[in-house]
Design a protein around this ligand. Structure first.
Ligand code: NAD
Length: 531
């Protein structure tokens, strides 16, 4: 297993990226980043405090006039170069993302990194398509037109589940539109956001346009949201923290974009392709170890397919290879931390009082963990330290087995609360009305999927499900051209796509008098006939 984080040397000067250079945080507190796959420390860094946030905001403010004044073509050129640097560094980014998050290397390599490169390429193009509405003479005496302008310094806060993609989703539309930004990643996963900012610098994006502060939420996070020179807050994270962020942002009259929690339903009608739905449910619930805001969490299956669906999902979950994220054939890695595993296990354990755990529901035996060289019949038995040492190291990881729960009531905790782990609950339904009603019956509305061969059923379900994204006969794919964002308690505003420019720009009405008259017609309302 060896050294799992070769990129650590990059951060010898600190884990804050302010005005184009790395420096240590000055909060007086440190944070040890732990490899979720082994429990071993990857790097301890000095956390950002208020002074670091202030310095980052000052750098972003100083860089703003130059960047906002660049032509769309100049910003686009810089973003094209940025996409190329990211593509060149793909392996390095994938390894760092897997090291800090514990995500399987095949997921980082095939999803996180290419998605990020594509996002950069998309916004390089989109930067040249920012437009206001066309001009016109709406009063007869005036010409009106609309300018679409950047907002200023954006303060963004991101979670730990997809740190690289979250950095991309926050930073790219903001800077493509001419804003500058201070991003606070989760303190658990600081590295790929820093590497992202360094790659931008290498691509020629001026210092100060992108700043990264790695600090704790209640400290650096609240300072950033409340900062008077920050014009807008864009937050991705849990609904509970989102409420707190909204309070602070509202008090300082900031524009706000909230991407919050999810509890996506997976609605299977009785004419669905059962095999496709089963595979979709297992992949869609276990992606990123279920730590995905759009993951399939509640499968509602119409009664005729219910029993077959439950047994096939359980059987398929049991084939999933759980273990070392760096083994290319590992399907699922650990949860982000032991604390989070305890939280996931707590929800499942409480559910045993009112529901049935069909498979999973516990941490695996270390003997069951998958990894290169760990299986005696594995032809690639080349673990450098020997299988035993590798197994002892993996035993320190925060693993939790793919878990299937049935017989839970709709109003129970396991159906209603976001778990953010590899746990799928399956419930039966009878009529289409009931299925759609149950799918809508949580506070969340981020994503959903419907499974059926009947275009009228899927058409109705896609209209009536209250979520920012509804897939038909699939669950999870995202693309740069299409918006991502929630309904209800999952927040508001959109990431990705040209729709994200609605968040990161403001429109200005400019109105020209065309008459050159001293006395305008409307002056009658003041002067009457006097002048
Ligand atoms: P979290 O809400 O605990 O933390 C998110 C970020 O907020 C972190 O950077 C954290 O340091 C910061 N933070 C914490 N307290 C803060 C405070 N008082 N003021 C300002 N910032 C504060 O979420 P998490 O555990 O990192 O991530 C998981 C959550 O993120 C899940 O609920 C998941 O659904 C959500 N999520 C949503 C989306 C989406 O697009 N809607 C995408 C990914 C994750």
């Amino acid at each position: 297993m060896g050294n799992r984080f070769p990129a650590r040397e990059r951060f010898a000067d600190g884990a804050q990226f302010i005005d184009g250079r790395l420096r240590p945080g000055t909060s007086g507190r440190t944070h040890a980043v732990v490899d979720p796959a082994t429990g071993e420390e990857l790097l301890t860094y000095e956390l950002a405090g208020a002074a670091d946030v202030d310095a980052a905001v000052a750098a972003a403010l100083a860089a703003y006039p130059g960047w906002a004044g660049a032509t769309p073509g100049e910003r686009s050129d810089a973003l094209h170069r940025f996409a190329a640097v990211l593509a060149d560094r793909a392996t390095e980014f994938a390894e760092a993302e897997s090291a800090q998050c514990g995500k399987p290397i095949k997921l980082s390599t095939e999803f996180d990194v290419p998605g990020t490169v594509d996002n950069a390429a998309f916004f390089a193009g989109a930067a040249r398509h920012l437009e206001g509405a066309s001009a016109g003479e709406y009063s007869g005496d005036h010409t009106s037109y609309v300018r679409r302008e950047p907002i200023g310094v954006i303060g963004s806060i991101a979670p730990w589940n997809y740190p690289l993609q979250m950095a991309a989703w926050k930073i790219l539309p903001a800077i493509a539109a001419g804003n500058t930004i201070v991003l606070k990643p989760s303190e658990l996963t600081p590295f790929t956001s820093l590497m992202f900012a360094q790659a931008a610098q290498e691509a020629g994006i001026p210092d100060g346009v992108i700043n990264i502060v790695n600090g704790a939420g209640a400290d650096a996070g609240e300072r950033l949201v409340g900062h008077p020179d920050v014009a807008m807050t864009s937050f991705t994270g849990s609904t509970a923290v989102g409420r707190r962020v909204a309070e602070i942002a509202t008090a300082t009259v900031k524009r706000l974009h909230l991407e919050l929690g999810g509890k996506a339903p997976f609605l299977v009608f009785d004419d669905a392709d059962l095999e496709a739905a089963v595979q979709g449910a297992v992949a869609g619930s276990l992606i990123n170890t279920g730590q995905d805001c759009t993951a399939a969490t509640r499968a509602y299956v119409q009664r005729p397919l219910y029993d077959a669906f439950v047994s096939a999902v359980a059987a398929l979950m049991e084939t999933v290879r759980l273990g070392d994220p760096f083994a290319p054939s590992t399907d699922m890695g650990p949860l982000i931390s032991h604390a989070h595993r305890d939280r996931v296990a707590g929800i499942v354990d409480r559910a045993r009082g009112y529901a049935r755990v069909v498979t999973g529901g516990s941490a695996p035996d270390s003997d069951d963990l998958h990894g290169d060289g760990l299986d005696s019949d594995d032809p690639r038995d080349d673990a450098p330290e020997g299988a035993h040492v590798a197994r002892v190291r993996l035993a320190g990881g925060a693993y939790y087995r793919p878990t299937l729960v049935v017989d839970a009531a709709q109003d129970s905790e396991i159906v209603q609360s976001e778990i953010f782990g590899p746990v799928l609950v399956v419930l039966p339904f009878d009529s289409d009305d009931e299925g759609i009603r149950l799918a809508n019956d949580t506070p969340y509305g981020l994503a959903a999927s419907v499974w059926s061969r009947d275009v009228y059923r899927t058409g109705r379900a896609t209209r009536e499900i209250k979520a920012g994204c509804v897939w038909v006969n699939d669950h999870i794919p995202i693309i740069s051209e299409m918006p991502h964002g929630g309904y209800k308690s999952s927040g508001y505003g959109k990431d990705m796509s040209a729709y994200s420019f609605e968040e990161y720009t403001q429109v200005k009405h400019v109105m020209y008098d065309n008459t050159a008259a001293v006395r305008k017609d409307w002056h009658r309302t003041i002067f009457g006939d006097r002048l």
